[in-house]
Design a protein around this ligand. Sequence first.
Ligand SMILES: Cc1cc2nc3c(=O)[nH]c(=O)nc-3n(C[C@H](O)[C@H](O)[C@H](O)COP(=O)(O)OP(=O)(O)OC[C@H]3O[C@@H](n4cnc5c(N)ncnc54)[C@H](O)[C@@H]3O)c2cc1C
Length: 327
Amino acid sequence: MQLTKQTLNQRTDHVYDVLVVGGGAAGLSAGIYLQRYLLSTLIIDKGKARSFWMQELHNYLGLPPETPGRAVLKQGKDHYLSLEGDYLNAYVEEVIDEGETFAVKVRIGRNHPTYEVFHTRYLIAASGIIDHLPQLGDMKNVFDYAGHNLHVCLICDGYEMRNQRVGVFGSSEGSLQVAFPLGWFTPHITLFTNGAFAVGDDLRDRFAAAGYTLNEQPIHQFLGENHQMSGVELADGSMVDLDAGLISMGSKYHADYLQGIDLDYKGGNLVTDTMNRTSHPRIFAVGDLKVGMNQVVIAAADGANAATQIWRDIRRTEGTRRVPVAA
Ligand SMILES: Cc1cc2nc3c(=O)[nH]c(=O)nc-3n(C[C@H](O)[C@H](O)[C@H](O)COP(=O)(O)OP(=O)(O)OC[C@H]3O[C@@H](n4cnc5c(N)ncnc54)[C@H](O)[C@@H]3O)c2cc1C
């Protein structure tokens, strides 16, 4: 059920089989599989998933290519709740390993928060990442276009940008190199540093050889209307016309709550085995937070893998039968 401040006390003494941090594509997929394995599950989600920000899911088998991410989330949450899983809108602050179980400290509400601790035998980290965006004076101007034709994912949206005039917005020399795989889709590429970093001679020569334009001026604002970006205005008042943009500025990894637990990471991503188990035997990681491709189809498959491996673990230690846990 959807837990609220009023119904929480029915659950704080309960030891869940699995607590899932994050209710995006990966966490909801895990939750659906877990409930169908008759395991008691709590999904805790703070909202604003990458899946929510995705205006159109273009490449998922069985769904129309303009399906909005929020529709996938709503359908997934309804499906999970129909299987009697528990769901709470809250922020997971800390996970403490108690040996057989984990204590999960949660903050509920923003303005007048309350705090609760839940207990679980297994934990699935499905908390994802969030993309860094260009920092302009007016951030609303960035939010107007980001996720529409100001893309953040080449794999997702390279096809949308084919043969278009595309601006690449980077945060470092390395991040601008996304231009080379983007060149598979379009030759019309302008690279923007926003005046924030220098580009060395080697890379400058490679961009020139590929026919890409380098623009090193600070950006004043994106131009366009109805969430369709049509160019940028630079600080000196000049304009650059564009059909689309690709932001390549790295991401924030949502894993602060795991700081007290020794886990293997590669960069900010959690390292897992093929069934999504991390270096801790009772912690699994799924979706964008773990090493691998950041795609909905991968997130959904990760959820299925993690849930199935946890079911196998529990079944092998408990025996062969379990009746559903009463609400
Ligand atoms: C603009 C855009 C377009 C995209 N287009 C496509 C596409 O066309 N095709 C495709 O396959 N993929 C696309 N993607 C990528 C896709 O959205 C991600 O791969 C997918 O959403 C990953 O799912 P996830 O469950 O791992 O993470 P998310 O969907 O980000 O869900 C993680 C959830 O965990 C929550 N959370 C984080 N920390 C905490 C915490 N401490 N406590 C509680 N909750 C927490 C977050 O708020 C979030 O709700 C796109 C992404 C973006 C941003």
